[in-house]
Design a protein around this ligand. Sequence first.
Ligand SMILES: [Zn+2]
Length: 268
Amino acid sequence: MSRHWAALMYHATPARHEDADYFAVPALALARQLAWLRDRAIAGRSLEAVLGDGAESPGVAITFDDAQRSNYEVAFPLFAEAGMTATVFVVPAWVGRTGYCTWSQLRELQAGGWSIQSHTQTHPFLSTLDAAAVMHELADSRREIEDNVGAPVMTLALPNGDWPQRRYRHLLEGSGYQYIATSRWHANGDAERRRGVFGRYTVRRDTQPEAFDAMVTDLPGKLSRESLRLATLSLVRRSLGVRRYGAIRRYLVDRRAATSAAGVTPPS
Ligand SMILES: [Zn+2]
C-alpha cells in the first residue's frame, strides 16, 4: 500500500503582511499553518528527513526556495517553537546579498536541524544552458554549499521549475545529486521515491486555509483550479520559450497581485 505525502514550497516569509509579495507568506499566516499541522499531529520536516526514514508516517516536507533572509529571521523561530524543521534551497551567488541569508545564518539553520540544499549557483533557466554551464550550476553550487555549511548536499531544486535539456539530464546524477525537487503540482509516493524526483505545492500569500488543508491531506479535487493554472503557465512556457515566458509571467503575477490587493477577485 502506498502512502502519499506532500512537499510544500515557500519563498519569503516577511514579518508583516504589508511586506508580502505574491509568493511570500507573512509570519501570521505561516504560524497558523504550523499550528494547523501541530493540531493534527502532522510532522513538518525537511525533505531529506522525510526521505531518510522510509515510508512510515512521512508527514509533510517543507521547503524554502532562494534562502531569503526572512526565512532565518521569521520562519526559523516559528519552526523551532513548533518543533519542526525544513529544507532551504540556496543560490550561492545570492548568499549575503541584501535580503538573503548569510553563510553564518545558514550554518545556524543547519545546526537547528534544517537541511541546506542547492538551488543552483546563479538561478538560471537550466534549459537555456550548454553542458559546461549546466555542470557549473550543479557541481559548483553543491561544492560551495558543502564547504560553507559542512553538511552533505544531495538535493537540487530546479530554478523556475525548469529542467536542463534532455541530453544533459545525466549531469544531475554525475554531479552528485540524489533527489530533484520540482515545482510540479502533485503529491509524492513510491513512484517519486524510486525516481528521486518530487512534486511540490506552492504556498503563497493568498493561499487560503482550505487550500492549505487540501495540499497537506492530498484531496486533488480541491486543488484542480490551481493545478490547471500551473499547467496553463507551463504550456505557455513551452510555446513561448523561457525568456519571453519570464517577462509574461512577471506581468501576470504583478497584475494578479494588483487585482487582489484592490479587493477584486481575479478572473480564473
Ligand atoms: Zn528560486
